[in-house]
Structures are given as C-alpha cells and as structure tokens.
Design a protein around this ligand. Structure first.
Ligand SMILES: *Cc1c(COP(=O)(O)O)cnc(C)c1O
Length: 384
C-alpha cells in the first residue's frame, strides 16, 4: 500500500491554508525569542507569568537532577512516585483548598484519565461546545452518552441535564476558554449541575496561576468550594512555566483515580526534577502578586490600543486576547506580515477553532513590558 492518498490529502489541506508546520525555537520561552535563526518579539506562548525561564526554577530543577537523576524510571504505582512528587501533590492540595491532589504527566492525560475513570457506557457527559480537544476526546473515549451544549450557555446545559436518564452525569468545561479567553460562568454551571445531581469538572489550564487572589484559578476567583466544584484540573506547563498537570478534589476522587485512571497507572511518572522545579514555581505563583497585576495592566493597555485601531477583539478579561480575522488565508497572511516586522504571533485555524473563525491568538505575559505591547500595537496598525 502506498502513501499517495495521504499525500493528496496533505495537498488539499495546504491549498485551504490549513497546513500546519513547526518553527524551530532556539532560545528559552520569553518575550524575545530566536526562531529559525531570527530574533522576534513573541506574543503567542502560554507562559503567562513569565516563569518558564525563571532562574530560581531553573536552579531547583538542576539541583533536583543532581540528587534524583533525570528519569522517573517507572509508573507512580510501581516505584516512580518520588519525594518531590509527593510533596508537590500536598502543596497543590493546600493551594487549591482541596483535600487531595494527584499529579499527571500532562493535561491531555489528566483529562483522558479522569473522565474515563469516572464514566462508562451507562453514563452521560455534558460538554461546552468550545471545550479543549483533550476533554472532547476524553468524553468520546469513555463511551458515555456525549452531549454538547451551547458555549457558556447555562439554559442550554439545563435543558440537556433535565432530560437525562443516565446513571451518572458529568458536566465538563474549560475554566478559561483556550482559544477565546472568556471565563466560564461557573457559579451558574455548578448550581444547575448540583441541582441535577451531576458532577462538575473544570479544566483550568489557562486560569490557574492567572485568576484568583493567590493564583488558584477560577475556583478561587468565584469562591467555589470542593462541594460546589468537585473536580478541579490544572496544568503546569502554562502559567507555572514547567510541565505536567494535576487533579484536585476529595479523598475518594483521588483514590478512585489512583485505582482506575489508566493514563496515571500505565505511564512513567514525570521526571522528579520537574516536580521539584514546580514546587518553587508554585511558591512564586502564590507570593508574587505583582505578576498578576502586571498582566492586568498590560491586558488593559492592549485592549485600549486595539479599540483605537478598530480591531475586533473578543470579550476576554484574561491574557488570551485573540484578534478575530475569520478567513484562514487572511489570518496566515497577517501572521506572515507581522513576522516580517519582527513579531511572532501564530494564526489559529480550523479545526482548532470553528470554521470561519480563524484568528491571531495574542497572549500576554507578565514578562512583557508596556513598550513591547506598544510595539505590537504599532505593527498591528501597519498590517491590519
Ligand atoms: C493546554 C491545554 C491542555 C493540555 O495540557 P498539556 O499539559 O499541555 O497536555 C488541556 N486543556 C486545556 C484547556 C489546555 O489549554
């Protein structure tokens, strides 16, 4: 069998401006990056708090590598659960105000493992239609009856919940929507879910670190307890600047995941030095409030500037500030024109976002300066 058919499918994708490629980063993740040998000012990483290259985190990583080596060596259930994994889990539980937390190697695996440990064929899963791909995949794999509700629409969710006959129901939503930047209406979602005896799971990949007084994410932002919001998932590769993910909740939830989450059981634990580095990152997230304040002020500056330029922004109070373009060709052309001006911003196209809603996904970081945001606004003015 030859690959001719695949080759022609790739051609079709190229012709539609939907082809994906990688650019090679030759510097740490920071505002000023080197990509394919050229210097750029970047506005597209999820390093929201500017911690991915923080010296204290880098140094904790090195020191733990000296003490514990590099590889996790085995599954957490065999011999891969090290001192730093255990300590980080306890610290994440305290941080989120939940009884327990469990570490996963990444957010995709945390979502797949959690939904599949909780649901089977007799159950139902209710998902916002703009949920992250890993949540949609998790729901499909579980075999539970899969229902999507309109984006952030509590009436649409209520209608579906009130009709279900399932043994168990799970409502799943992004806390901050990854491609739009808006925040889920969690108080109302949790209310209606509790009323219908459904569990709620929030994927707070983009809220953790950024929202809430101490950075504990959308649960802290809205003041939602473990009873109201029983399954809280966060990732460590974005605002935390390291790698991995966790689920926080009750003792019974965490013990169930340890017994049944296949992406926890059948995989090697994260490198212990990553856990050690994340412990330092967590301290910075909790104590350096100025990073969230700096972000808030950059977000306001950017939004004011875009308004003056007549650019169409989305209704987002978070560091995710997409500029809606619509057409994939046009989004690609704008991204290329910005690159010519020394700015690195990727175009996000279908199927990552719905058809006709290609966009430039601008993300801000506490490590950006006002001068850099003004440079971005100038460049946008020239290419718009
Ligand atoms: C990035 C992301 C994930 C995946 O997390 P990784 O740790 O990168 O695998 C899951 N959910 C959402 C909403 C995300 O944005």
């Amino acid at each position: 069998m030859s690959f001719d058919q695949l080759a022609s499918e790739l051609q079709v994708r190229k012709a539609a401006s939907l082809y994906r490629g990688r650019k090679v980063l030759q510097s740490p993740q920071q505002p000023e990056v080197v990509v394919d040998g050229k210097a750029y000012l970047a506005f597209c990483s999820n390093d929201y708090l500017g911690l991915a290259n923080h010296p204290a985190i880098v140094s904790a990583f090195k020191q733990a590598a000296d003490e514990y080596g590099v590889g996790g060596g085995a599954s957490s259930l065999v011999s891969g659960h090290s001192f730093h994994h255990h300590a980080l889990e306890e610290e994440l539980a305290a941080f989120t105000g939940r009884p327990r937390a469990l570490l996963f190697s990444n957010g995709y695996m945390a979502n797949l493992g959690t939904v599949n440990a909780l649901l089977g064929k007799q159950d139902a899963v209710f998902q916002d239609r703009l949920n992250h791909a890993s949540l949609l995949d998790a729901g499909l794999l579980s075999g539970a009856r899969f229902q999507r509700y309109l984006h952030n629409d509590v009436d649409s969710l209520t209608q579906r919940l009130s009709k279900t006959q399932a043994r168990r129901s799970l409502v799943v939503t992004d806390g901050v929507f990854s491609m739009d930047g808006d925040i889920a209406d969690l108080p109302a979602i949790c209310d209606v879910a509790n009323h219908h005896k459904a569990w709620v799971m929030v994927d707070d990949a983009h809220g953790i670190g950024c929202l809430g007084k101490t950075g504990a994410g959308c649960a802290e932002h809205f003041g939602l307890s473990e009873q109201q919001l029983p399954i809280l998932m966060g990732t460590l590769g974005k605002a935390f600047g390291t790698s991995g993910a966790f689920v926080a909740g009750s003792d019974v939830l965490i013990e169930t995941l340890i017994q049944h989450a296949r992406t926890y059981i059948y995989t090697t634990s994260m490198p212990p030095a990553v856990a050690a580095a994340t412990r330092v990152s967590l301290k910075l997230v909790q104590t350096e409030q100025w990073r969230r304040e700096q972000l808030t002020s950059l977000i306001q500056r950017f939004r004011r500037g875009c308004e003056q330029l007549g650019l169409s922004l989305m209704d987002s109070p978070t560091p995710i500030q997409p500029i809606m373009i619509g057409n994939a060709d046009k989004a690609m052309a704008m991204s290329a024109a910005l690159r010519d001006k020394g700015l690195f911003i990727t175009a996000i196209r279908p199927p990552t976002v719905p058809h006709g809603s290609a966009r430039l996904r601008v993300t801000l970081s506490a490590s950006h300066t006002e001068v850099q945001v003004d440079r971005l606004l100038d460049a946008l003015d020239q290419v718009k």
